[in-house]
Write a protein that binds this ligand. Structure first.
Ligand code: GLY
Ligand code: MN
Ligand code: MN
Length: 441
């Protein structure tokens, strides 16, 4: 039996068919599973399937290779995987085996992974183009070259080796960028669990706590929802919030600090990505509120650009314009608005972009620009909107009261035919909402 992934077997079959249609009949596509990684001597990091293989099969086991051979008469979708082994399964849990790959995962045919070496050269022979993700797994890159060389060695006997090697992502990323109805359901679920986790952290916070205690609150809710962190949770109190990828989470939360929490659940492979910044004692100071209001306004400005036909980059441009205008108004920057934007002076306090595609990977695949121009938004695209402001603790160009404040507000947005849907709605966002939520704890 296949564990439920939230995507029906026909869904995977449809994705594979679409990909093969794009690749054409003289192509072959090769997708290995993620390798297992040692964490310490004989124990491994938690296993996470390669997102591309997951997208095309829902197959969760390591030591697997999907080979798609469009138009092949004896079967187009082939999976190489571990054989059943009662002794090993007694240690590590059940395996599908090649039989299960056909019966439960809808493969046309399946073989033991140990036979890959013998079978793959024969599948490559006669195909013109190989689609593969070059450079992701060096060990597998070398194996593939070895199999190609085996075909090349047979040329005088009439073998025809492939002679075009193409980046698989070129086709597959474009498919993955547009989320289906089933995928959106899973993303809503990931978002909902993440909203609940942020609420738990906002409820739990008290001055004197440690950042890791808030991380524990978040991740307790993730696990209770059958999810896990989509990326390492960021919990930064006070000036730690200014470190964009802060992950130590070991600091103590002081009275008067803001706490920045950037954490999202992964559910059935799909990520949510939320940031909230809230006061440890439940009340924003005047400066904290001024900057929080400004980031909130920047997020609204970006969100107003989230609809079909608008350039993806319009959201970032709107956020930057709002932030720059506010920084001038508050006196953190000086000069003319146009110049502050054109010269990038705002980057002193806003160093990152306003978002990224979201899906099976938290920074999901898909081109942002096409032919040098920002691509236009279309229904089914999902991305984050996450403006922020970070005033370094040692920034002596501004009065001391502004220093060490770091704020980011991040939500997840799906483009619909009419406009957009905020997947992470319902979580207190503005300063008033956050204070009201915390007062009611
Ligand atoms: N949590 C990573 C990001 O916001 O991009
Ligand atoms: Mn993000
Ligand atoms: Mn984030």
């Amino acid at each position: 039996m296949r564990a439920s992934t939230g995507i029906p077997a026909q869904g995977y079959a449809r994705r594979r068919r679409q990909l093969m249609r794009m690749a054409g009949d003289d192509a072959i596509l090769v997708l290995p599973s993620s390798p297992e990684r040692v964490r310490s001597r004989d124990t491994h990091y938690p296993y996470r399937q390669d997102s591309d293989l997951w997208y095309l099969t829902g197959f969760a086991e390591p030591e697997a290779v999907l080979v798609l051979v469009p138009g092949r008469r004896h079967g187009e979708a082939l999976l190489f995987c571990r054989e059943r082994d009662p002794e090993r399964e007694g240690w590590d849990g059940p395996r599908a085996g090649p039989e299960g790959a056909v019966e439960s995962f809808g493969m046309d045919d399946a073989y033991p992974i140990d036979d890959l070496d013998d079978i793959l050269p024969g599948l490559l022979e006669g195909r013109t183009r190989v689609y593969y993700h070059f450079g992701r797994d060096t060990e597998f890159d070398l194996k593939l070259i070895g199999w190609l060389n085996r075909v090349r060695a047979q040329v005088r006997l009439g073998a025809q080796p492939p002679h075009e090697f193409l980046e698989l992502g070129h086709l597959l990323d474009e498919l993955r960028l547009f989320k289906s109805r089933d995928e959106l359901k899973l993303m809503r679920r990931a978002a909902k669990i993440s909203v609940q986790a942020h609420e738990a952290a906002m409820r739990a916070v008290r001055p004197g706590m440690f950042e890791y205690e808030l991380q524990a609150e978040l991740e307790r809710v993730f696990r209770a929802g059958d999810a896990q962190p989509a990326y390492e949770s960021i919990v930064g109190a006070g000036a730690n919030a200014c470190v964009l990828h802060y992950r130590a989470n070991r600091g103590q939360v002081r009275d008067g600090d803001l706490v920045l929490v950037d954490a999202g659940a992964e559910y059935r492979g799909y990520a949510a990505d939320i940031t909230r910044t809230f006061p440890a004692n439940g009340r924003f100071s005047r400066e904290q509120r001024a900057l929080h209001d400004l980031v909130c306004a920047a997020q609204s400005a970006a969100l107003a650009q989230a609809r079909p036909g608008v350039a993806y980059e319009a959201g970032h441009d709107a956020a930057v314009a709002t932030l720059a205008e506010g920084l001038l108004r508050l006196g953190l920057l000086k000069g003319r608005l146009e110049k502050v934007i054109a010269d990038g002076q705002y980057k002193r306090y806003y160093r990152h972009k306003t978002g990224h595609w979201l899906g099976l990977d938290v920074h999901d695949v898909g081109d942002y620009r096409i032919d040098g121009e920002s691509r236009l938004l279309e229904p089914g695209m999902v991305f984050t909107i996450e403006p922020g402001l970070y005033v370094p603790a040692d920034d002596t160009t501004v009065p001391a009261r502004w220093r060490g404040i770091g704020i980011r507000i991040e939500d997840d947005v799906a483009i619909t035919a009419e406009g957009h849907e905020v997947l992470t709605d319902g979580l207190a966002r503005g300063a008033d909402e956050i204070e009201a939520f915390m007062a009611a704890r």
